[in-house]
Design a binder for this molecule. Sequence first.
Ligand code: SF4
Length: 615
Amino acid sequence: MIDKKILDGILKKVEKPARYIGMEQNSVIKDLNNIKVKFAFSFPDVYEVGMSHLGLHILYNLINEEEDFVCERVFAPWIDMEEEMRKEKLPLYTLENKEEVKNFDFLGFTLQYEMSYTNILNILDLSNIPLLSKDRSDEDPFVIAGGPCAYNPEPIAEFVDFFVIGEGEEVTLEILNLYKRHKEGIWDREKFLKEVSQIEGIYVPRYYDVVYNEDNTIKEMLALDPEVPTIIKKRMIKDLDSMFSPEKMIVPFVETVHDRVSMEIFRGCTHGCRFCQAGMIYRPVREKSTDKIVELAERLIESTGYENVSLSSLSSCDYSELHLLITKLMERFEDKKVGVSLPSLRLDSSSIDVLKEIEKVRKSGLTFAPEAGSQRLRDVINKGITEDDLDNTVSYVFKEGWSTIKLYFMIGLPTETDEDVMGIRELAYKVKDMFFAMPKEERKGNLKVTASASCFVPKPFTPFQWMGQETIDEFYRKIYLVKNSIKDNKVTFNYHDPELSYLEAIIARGDRRVSKLILRAWEKGCKFDGWSEHFKYDSWLESMEELDIDGFFYAQRNRSLDEVLPWDFIRPGVSKDYLIREYKKSLEEQTTSDCREQCRGCGIVDCTMLGGGNK
Ligand code: SF4
């Protein structure tokens, strides 16, 4: 356990000490002396961001339900806290027992965003755990990682002892039980690693080597041991109703990104948007039943005291019994004044039905994601939203009293022209004009339209994984094209830093050699890269130069369909054939309809939708 006197002294000097004290309602504190396996769960960002992550609450409660196991939390200390900790030589500790992270059996990271990787190194360093897997000994915890970015584990393969590919609920307990058995026998770190590599969904990078071609592309990935699998299949939960779902959530003392109960209503997505990694890797769609959701929501509201339930999924309007679900939730919570919200709506007819239900409770701002400004480009990316959908939904919401609309777009999508880019402006203005086209007496509130544009990043396991990213200059040219054309104070235009998206693309499509870049950038002081005030682009550029790493090679180069990709050894469920088909269709501006209408043979083996599966 760390020296609490030192901690108390530090906490008096830092902003938001509540980030570092634990003891929140529903946190679990066990006597570590009676525990057989200790797991430190880390979200590699600041407390408020990490605590809003649903996966943390699921794994935290899942592990803590087991008598022999404990799960405690660790986040990235903010800059001021880190400074004080380093000054006082206070090691990083878990929030529950204030135990040194180094004394845990596992340190598990969730990988939600590539630009959090320098924070992972910082967390390891502050915990006095060697940064490289090869330098760790019996005294060190196993550093493991999972989450969506683990589908391309290579850029951090040097730092992580093993990865969990896919959904973690079942496999986490399998790993911890295996560890417990090993600990009860004669302990041998290597033997455990070998055995864990046999569990489906586990990837242990040290058992593989990568061979490169002269042009720097990958020739092949070699398994160095005949016993380890050459293909890593993702783990998937078949039945969400019988899966573990937490009935409690920790309630932070400080305001977090989402101060509400977050209820997962289903996994997967059927739309097939071609830029969306989540839409591909979480297939097939699996729903929780309405009764299960209502029962869990009730318990969560009771155990947390929150007044809002957010129905979370990749596309909540698609839940097959949404009307019934919302009616049941409204009935159940009518007296308690509990609100129901949906994180993002699709701008199609289903949105109106949903809005009719949730408007009874509260009218906050609405967020829609058309992603592209023109119909042509929306067809290329397979975002099945038409101009009519937009007109109908927006006129409906204005009539019903909403006046704050956020629209999300991407700039730099494959095949994009200046006309498509200007479509962003046209669409935002169209929304504004629709508001003012209503008779004055029918307008409610002050109109505010915000169009936000992120820069497109090609991601593994999407039909766009072969596409090169736009250059930074081109991103800026297009951004300013839109920005300079918006001259109405009712319409605001925001955009993301192209430099950050460029680095995100380098890492997202990176191979093992990129780990050196992440390490060098961290050595130069990079951390919290996703926070614009801390992003040190120059330090990243310097690191690339020193290491002779070519950003164009990773981020902006179009890759040929027969190139070996760094993540080719992972099987996410959707087949490469399907991704290639979708890639080709995108270039021909052809759409693929939602697979709730017709199975598209995406390669998922256990899909029960419409008789889908392995077609
Ligand atoms: S197998 Fe068919 S129905 Fe199932 S997710 Fe894939 S395309 Fe959709």
